[in-house]
Write a protein that binds this ligand. Sequence first.
Ligand SMILES: [Zn+2]
Ligand SMILES: [Zn+2]
Length: 576
Amino acid sequence: MDNIRIAEKFNHMAKILEFKGESQFKTRAYTNAARTIKGLDEELLVLHKEGTIENIPGIGKILSSKIVEMLETGTFEAYERTKDEIPAGIIEIMNIPGIGPKTARLFYKKLGVQTLDELSRAAREHRIRRLPRMGEKQEEKILRSIVRQKKDKDHGRHPFVLAKDIAAEIRDFLDLSPDIEKVAIAGSLRRKQDTIGDIDIIAISEEPKKAISYFTGMEKVEEVLESGTTKASIIYPGNYHVDLRVVNRDSYGSMLQYFTGSKEHNIHLRKLALSKGYSLNEYGLTDEKTGELTKFSSEENLYNELGLGYLPPELREDRGEVETSLRGKLPRLIERKDIKGDFHVHSNWSDGANTMEELAEAAIQKGYEYIAITDHSYSTGVANGLSDKRLLEHIDAIDKLNEKYNDIRILSGTECDIKANGKLDYSNDLLEQLDIVIVAVHAGLDQDRKKITKRIVSALENEHVDIMAHPTGRKFGKRPPYDMDMETIIQAAKDNEKVLEINSSPWRLDLNDVNAKKAKEHGVMLAINTDTHIIDHMDNIAYGINIARRAWIESDDVLNTMKLKKICSRLGISKE
Ligand SMILES: [Zn+2]
Ligand SMILES: [Zn+2]
């Protein structure tokens, strides 16, 4: 469980307690804790390993034990118990913007309203406006909010990492149905977009009605929005809209292609089909003259029929993939097996949970040739960053470790802070002693566009710097990208031969696909790093690769696909 989900649970808990009329003291403890957790720079999982959760200001013994419970079980007992003490629909009501626990309580006590439907009926029947503190305006506002909540499909996009688990859970469940032959996830999830609107699922079945009722009858379904003969839409916990289309075997390829999208890609394909005398829809290609429909059981056949090569879903955004394929010049997208190492890993010398040895062993397990230990510099403050003296000891420790291992080269590195004035935490003399220097912005984030751009550019001009980490600083659910001039930064990276990072943390994914593609087009090299703080994070490389593939990136565009020998000569370090 990650920080954001833990914070959300605490917020929910506070709302439930407030609804029940518990003391403000009790509810405030949860909301304050949620706020603290959202502001943390480190994952609670890491702090748990270190045994330091209790030390977070405002958390204390009781809440920290609940956090640990969530980390281990996904929830906490008190929450489950308290939640069951109030009607289930109340939580949904409290999630409507403008309706807090107090108002929900008022509706419940005075009108007996327990569900969203009952609330909307009460509003339509003008029973809300007669309540104390309410009026005509409030009533209309509530109705509008309910409608928006139900209809607005764009509302609340979900980070890929969360949506993919929900989709997998539903897919696995559908797989169990005797009436469903095959299930596939389509839509933006299949295209590996960084955030997901709806979840689109396709199932092959010769018994569509049974398949649909199996889907809408899943235990966790919160609401059935639509239930037809071949398609259905539901709401799943966490405000996920999930759409299912049931198809038969013959048109599976056409359907999968159609529902994978994107919309823009499909429009382009339809134009291409028209130019060849066909109309294209989700059932296949129809000959304009004869009216004959050709169905496709595989996507590949459909693309080939249109004169295109198979287009990996990640490319289907109408960013030139159709034209490029027609010219036979599609990129050979990077794959997991191309990755030979990781340049951004934290050990327990700063805010990581693991020793350098554990990280080195894990890298060997992954088949890597090298790994850079890049602990924080001291400006970061929260992250137990290394002083000059500790940095020198860090370098020594890595030297010693390299004597121990033949299968892996451990590179001594730093994630050095770029201070507000553009200067780095360490002197050039110190930086020179490191194998690799990555730089990053972690503080002073409220600077204006000009300042922050200049600050980063001056760091990129330093001859010892190799990589700029998580360049825009965005974090899902926490903060948007810094206001910075990406063009200028990409140009500075190009001019100074620096590498830009695709940070694989599923909460960062920074650079994103659009910026990474831009960087590639400018001839800037990229590194796909995990920013590991705990060994499991090393698997996040998959998320970074998703973004790289969406950015048309090939093996040669990426620094950490190079063999050790090449890395050493590029970074100017001796091989032994
Ligand atoms: Zn960082
Ligand atoms: Zn880092």
